[in-house]
Design a protein around this ligand. Sequence first.
Ligand code: XMP
Length: 516
Amino acid sequence: TVLVVDFGAQYAQLIARRVREARVYSEIVPSTMPASEMLAKNPKAIILSGGPSSVYAEDAPSLDREIFEAGVPVLGICYGFQLMAQALGGTVDNTGSREYGRTGLTVSKPASTLFEGTPVEQQVWMSHGDACSEAPAGFTVTASTDEVPVAAFENDERKLYGIQHHPEVMHTTFGQQELEHFLYRGAGLTPSWTTESIVDEQVEAIRAQVGSRRAICALSGGVDSAVAAALVQKAIGTQLTCVYVDHGLMRKGETEQVEKDFVAATGVQLKVVDASERFLGALAGVSDPEQKRKIIGREFIRVFEQAQAEIVAEAPSDEPVAFLVQGTLYPDVVESGGGTGTANIKSHHNVGGLPEDLEFELVEPLRKLFKDEVRMVGQELGLPAEIVQRQPFPGPGLGIRIIGEVTRERLDLLREADAIAREELTAAGLDGDIWQCPVVLLADVRSVGVQGDARTYGHPVVLRPVSSEDAMTADWSRLPYDVLGRISTRITNEVSEINRVTLDVTSKPPGTIEWE
Ligand code: XMP
């Protein structure tokens, strides 16, 4: 394990992902964790992340010196670099020489462990106010910038390395190489964290946890629950039953994809419950977003519990259905406190939100994984690309993409418009560039249009294409005009009742990705 010590800001997750991309397993720990606890994890290397603080700030997070004396290779980045300099007797000044953004770096020791094989002049990404003016005794300065004399240093004997810039961001041209040099050359690690090894490890862990008992999984059609289910299926076969609740708020073709393609690829036992009447009945007359979410969540729980009872009744066995499979991802684990203790189920992350008093133990085979790793595991398990590469889709489905009351007719309109947008984005090869593109129906709004010489009075839809790394923040995607044009023409031609297509150009914040 490589530990990434999180000093705040959003850098730690990115660093952890880059380490994984180097095929080395990494884990994030908070900087408040005592050094003894970090070392007890037996890390093969430690990376200190950047952070928003100045080492001189009163409440600046610090680090036990013990970390530098334990013989574990350490890489300090940005704030972590300055902490390291300070702790080991170097000098960090508040020089006023700030550097933000793209900066030229000059490597003064081209044969150094971190920089070997990279050019003397290179572009890096900086973001700091304080600067290191003197390296600690025993350290060699390996790079500088116009503003900062000590932009990187290392002590190869003690296996301690530091860089002022951020190697984890794209704008640092040789960042990944520098990280890999630290991992492979500095810490002597070998790349062994592969998709195959993840699958093997998880299959073994699931078998050990579940034993001969039974498990149940709510499939939503989304990537996470599909991959989690496929992993558990591989581990325990028919001891797992999946439940797919069709609440009538799914996208076009989604139910068929789960019923046919997913089952064909995994051989999973699937129980499909058609509950669209029930959901639409409960949603009748409701247009408040929070109320819609609550109703969908509540109905989902009822249907799921009923399905669970049926599964038990249909296949009586001495083995209880004791486990619930959840597609919780690593970022959720980090955000809810760092992976110790029991899982906290965010209502946001599963279909409607399962009740907390369900008497299940959780199986969470994706707890260690980032989204891109989940997709790779899905591919390794043979899931179809349509499932593995699909856009995130909210549990309450199209129900929260109709602004106004949800009715069957409105759902049909939105489903068609959404399918056209997805088709055109895929055809234009843009799936990899966008995070998701909700299509939103403004069902209570009408505008005048003209079609075939006749006046129309139809509804607008909104296209909401966004790019994002994790949905916490997002920017609106600059889609090519000709693609937007094709989507607009097709929707207005093929979906009667929709006579206007508009584009949402709001980032998150201030807008959320979904409209409700
Ligand atoms: P917002 O709209 O909050 O969405 O910017 C962030 C991400 O979460 C998805 N989303 C949901 N996912 N259940 C889910 O499983 C939900 O209730 C839910 N609401 C929003 C949204 O599609 C986006 O990817």
